[in-house]
Structure formats: C-alpha cells, structure tokens
Design a binder for this molecule. Sequence first.
Ligand code: SF4
Length: 485
Amino acid sequence: MIPQGTPALRATETMEAIRAHVLAEAPEVAAALEELRAISWVDHPVVERAALAVCAWQGLNPAVPANRRRARTVAESLLSGEVASPGGSSGLPPRNAEGLRHSLHWICSSSFVYELRTSPGPLPALRLVNRRCPALKGPRASRFLAFLAFPAFVMDGPRVRWLRRLGWIDPAEKSHARARDEGLRFLVALSVQADMPLWEIDRVAGVFTGAEGHGEAVSLCGRNPRCGRCPARENCSYATAMSLSAASVHEEGNGSRRLREAMPEADMPREKLMRAGAEGLTDAELLAILVRTGNGRQHAVELAGAVLRQAGSLGQLSRYSIAELTRLRGLGPVKAVTIKAALELARRLAPRDEEPQLPAVACGRTVYELVRGRFLNARRETFLVLLLNAKNRVQREVVVSEGILNQTLMHPREAFQEAVKDGAAAVILVHNHPSGDPAPSRNDRAVTRRLVEAGRVIGIPVLDHVIVGEGRYYSFEEAGTLLED
Ligand code: SF4
C-alpha cells in the first residue's frame, strides 16, 4: 500500500512526469521498453539471456545494438568452453571469465526459468541470482533481472537515494536494507496505482538517477541533482526543502508577523537580544532566533520551546544527528541544519582539555546563590536534587517533586533515581518555602534524615539540604543538623 500521508495521486503524477521526461530525452530507452513489453521474460532465446547477463556484468546498455552484439560474442565464446586468455576471443582476464562462465551456465540451463519462476518474490529472486551467479552480485543482479524484464524490482543505491529525495521512503531510515524494502513496497503500490509495470518503473528510475549510465540530459537525479530542470520538482520534498532557504525570506515575514501578533515587540527574541544582550535570553528564545520562523500553529518561540521539550534539554539536543533533529515535530531539514551548525560551533568553542565549567558548590551559601533565582515569587514548594561530580561541581539539577513536601510522598527512589543513572558522586537536596521563612519544619527534618540514610546505603552521600526562603536560607550542614538522629 502507498504509505499513509503520501498523496497517492501526486506520486502517480510525479512518476508519469519522470517517465515522460526520460522517454522524450532518451528515445533508445523508449525503444527498449517497447521491446521488453512485447516479450515475456521467459521468451528470450538462451543466448540472448546470456548476452543480457554480460551487459549487466559490464554495465552496458543492451538497448544499443553494438553493445548487444559485443556481449553476445563474449557470451558465446565463454559458453563454447574457450578458456579466456589475453588472446582469447572473450578478451577477459581468466579469473573474471571463469566467474562469468559459471554464471552463464546456470542462466542458460533449463532450471533457470523454473527456479526464478518459483522464487516467492522479487527479493528472493534477486538473492537467487546473487547466489547462483558469482559474477552478478548486488546491482549487477538487479540490472540483469531488469534487462530480462523479469517482473521483479530491486533497488540499488541511486534508486534508494531518489526515493528518499521524493519523500517516498523515510529519509531518516539509516538501514539500507530496510529503506530498500520500504521502497519496494511503495513502488509495488505505485505500480498498481499508476498502471505501470514494476520493471518499467525500475528502468525509468535507473536512467533518471544515472544508475544505468545514460547521458546528462536525461539523468537529472544523480549525486548532484539538477532540480531546476526536473519535471517532478513541484512534488519533490528534497527540492522543496532546498528551496526553503530562498523561501525562508518570505516565510520569515509570515513568522515574524505571527510573533508580533503574539507578543509585544520588546519581548521578541531578536529585539530582546539587541536590548539586553544574549545572556538575557532563555534557551527557547535563543533557539527561536535560529529557527527564525514558526509553523501554522506555533510561532518561533513556541516551536523552539516544543523542540527543547521533545529533546529533554539543550544538552540532549546537541547530541542529536541531523536525522534525529528532523524527526522532532516542527523541524525540517533547513532548521535542523541551522541548529546543528550552531551547536557544532558551540561545541568547538568549548574548552577541550579543561573540565567543563560546571558551578562548584562549597557551602550552603553557594547553593543558595545558585538556585535562588528559580524560586523568586514561587508559590509552590519545589524539591530539587543537585547531582555533583567528584569535585563537587553540579552536573545536573533534577526536580523531584512539586507541591507540599511530605515525607510519606518523598520516596528515596525518586530522589536518587537520576543520581544513580548519571553516576553522581554526591547530591545536595534543595527545596523552597514559599512563606519566605527557611526554618525547617519537623517534616523537613524527617525527610532529610530519611534521604541521608538512603544515600549512605546506596553510596551516594547527601552533602547538605538547603531550604531557600525570602532572601535567606537554611543549610542543614552549616547548622550541624544534617546527621542528627
Ligand atoms: S526535483 Fe531534484 S531531487 Fe527531486 S526528483 Fe527531481 S532531480 Fe531529483
């Protein structure tokens, strides 16, 4: 079936446009298709089959009569048992000649048609040829089946690349085998939809992608595609993505308008950066400057926030590959490439040999200074765990609970889960009192005792528990109450 979300009609139109282009530019392909259409693959005389195998082996186009004649001569000389030598009429080095002769013997045998006919599908047929013909491996085998007009379709590298560009298979799929199978399923459906035999699609795609070595005028979708001349560009996701950089100027206008509608001009990221400097912007606002535009539902800042939420954090985002970035909702190839470039620059600027500059915590005050900003005007209690490395630098901050702190709800498992995962050397507990008074309650003391005890058992010591109030703090360590029973 044509995969969900693919506009089937457009896929058919695209295929028709590509076929029309190939047939108009390469009349010899049109003639070859006519010839193939007129015969069944089992009707080829034995020596013709062998000649087609030689063409596939040498990468020759059998539609050219001179190629066909030359291939037939080579096939006949090998089948007649003539040992290839520099003077032999096959003209092949002995090692190649031996492999090819072995393959031709099977191709000319009576079991050839039977074995191929009884293979359960196109891919098994390809594997069969690969197994039985030492000279025809990989793309050569698929070329041979296509030359025979065997009702199989097997894609090699250029065809898979073409399918990815058109968006007919997932561009992020890394496994070539899976991409090839997905492409095959798609093209089987397309063949029914477009009423075009699979082998014809294969031949047209082979010529269009340059896999079959035709001239430049016809092979548009090669390694460096010439989309400007391509009749399929209207429906091609690659061409659309690539023209985004030009279109983004226009798009930017729309996105900015939406942003302008959603927030006062002074709060817009670019204006804010010019006014207050880059340090005054949140991660989402900085990212919004890179992505530049939103989409139909979100403006740029909302989109950037959603991307950060999907990734988990900026740090996580920096580890994403382009393929993973484009899998995030709202990021196309252009935005993904821009983000990747910015994150790579940041990575290169970061000091390599020194330890990353993580904040160090030496006492209750440094913890308080570090976290006070996040509790300004907070109306709810929030319980944090700071994960420390062996040098007492904060690796990460984890929110464990929000709401009233209650020792029955505060389970050590939640408090230490991330610390264990990250291999933290120690932790510091932090929570706030929205009342502004940091004095610990009886419940705070009970929670502290429980977590200090749990940390001791699992080998991740609790170095302090800091309660943040209004302009003040309470440190269990400084007050000497951390280890009290
Ligand atoms: S528009 Fe470009 S990428 Fe798309 S099929 Fe045509 S040549 Fe290939």
